[in-house]
Design a protein around this ligand. Structure first.
Ligand SMILES: [Zn+2]
Length: 384
């Protein structure tokens, strides 16, 4: 199952009350109005490919442009064009980064658990980068493809898995950048080029996915460099960055449980025995139960919904948009359907009880089930 299809499956079943809060969050009516505005404009101009027609994607671009619709639209269209030109979908599907371990050894980085809110935690020890070895292990072009592949995995797998684990909508990352030893002297031309290229990709095409960035172990060398680097960063991004010296622990522990912080950053994580914490890619997205739930159950849920959902006729695009769908099935048909979602959920419920403590939070209580069925009945009656 591809990253994208996991995301689509989640969107499709997110209309259930219980899952809506997890995968779609509660939509702010003001946001919703602007999203609908930009969406209608793009559709009427024939410039919104169906695969990019997603509420939260549009909202991220609007936020990045302070809700200026023409500017957000331009940025969004640049992203669509870049994805086509660069072949992002093909990278996700076909690109193999065999040199990953070798790269991580000379450029220590990786996802490592979650912050206190449940967002993925990403750690990079840029001060330990051995650029010569890096450029022997890989090329800048291949490294950028790898970076894009990771960004796609974060959007389409890590966030949904974290949302499931935390039982709330997660759509941003907390990052720790350890800059110990970084200064102007070791920031050579290839390193600068790589940094600028990655910054450009992240801020232009993956906006608003950074929750908070802790730059730690900043010495005088880094602070000199920082005055230069700041020029390449958007004001909104800058507002999420804290530059800290060696006394970073209090700030870090406030946002992240020390159990999720590797020992080399003062935490107590013990997963480092095998090749080190940053080799692990540990997090809810590698939890087999969560993956199985994402892969199997949501996939079945999607098929189930697809058979029974038809497009709403007053949709200007003539196609669905998140919750704007109509169930044609009656409540009786729904109840009578032996492979129905309610039965499926009961099955999951029984299964989850035995397997995973985190997932137990997901269990649908009896009253939630009746709300869900009531919701379906209401939708069904509206459709008749
Ligand atoms: Zn660890």
């Amino acid at each position: 199952m591809s990253f994208k299809s996991v995301q689509e499956s989640l969107t499709n079943i997110s209309r259930s009350n219980t899952f809506k809060g997890i995968f779609q969050s509660v939509h702010d009516p003001n946001d919703e109005e602007v999203v609908q505005l930009i969406r209608n404009q793009l559709i009427s101009e024939g410039r919104l490919p169906e695969k990019y027609d997603d509420y939260h994607t549009l909202l991220r671009f609007l936020r990045m442009r302070a809700f200026n619709v023409p500017k957000a639209k331009e940025m969004f269209l640049n992203m669509v064009k870049w994805r086509e030109d660069f072949g992002v979908d093909a990278i996700v599907k076909d690109f193999k980064f065999e040199e990953l371990e070798a790269v991580k050894r000379c450029y220590p980085q990786g996802f490592h658990g979650v912050d206190r809110y449940g967002r993925p935690l990403y750690i990079e020890r840029i001060g330990l980068v051995d650029l010569n070895s890096l450029l022997q292990a890989t090329s800048i072009d291949r490294y950028i493809k790898y970076h894009i592949m990771e960004q796609e995995k974060t959007l389409n797998v890590r966030y949904p898995a974290c949302s499931l684990a935390a039982k709330k909508h997660i759509a941003s990352t907390t990052t720790v950048l350890d800059v110990k030893g970084v200064g102007l002297s070791n920031f050579s031309k290839p390193a600068r080029e790589l940094f600028i290229e990655i910054q450009k990709i992240d801020s232009n095409y993956y906006p608003e996915t950074l929750n908070q960035l802790f730059i730690i172990n900043a010495g005088s060398g880094f602070r000199a460099l920082w005055r230069v680097l700041k020029a390449f960063l958007e004001a909104r991004t800058l507002s999420k960055i804290q530059v800290l010296g060696t006394n970073y622990h209090t700030a870090l522990f406030e946002a992240i449980d020390p159990r999720n912080i590797p020992e080399f950053l003062g935490g107590t994580c013990t997963c480092s025995a095998n090749e080190g914490c940053l080799m692990q890619d540990k997090g809810p997205w590698t939890n087999p139960e969560i993956n199985q739930l994402l892969e199997e159950v949501f996939h079945k849920g999607k098929k189930f919904m697809e058979e029974r959902i038809s497009e709403e006729t007053n949709d200007p695009s003539g196609r669905h948009f998140n919750g704007a769908r109509t169930l044609k099935m009656t409540a009786e048909e729904y109840e009578a359907n032996g492979t129905g979602i309610s039965l499926k959920i009961n099955e999951i419920e029984a299964w989850l009880k035995d397997t995973n403590e985190i997932l137990q939070k997901l269990l649908l209580k009896q009253e939630e089930m009746s709300t869900f069925v009531e919701d379906l009945k209401k939708l069904a009656s509206e459709a008749m």
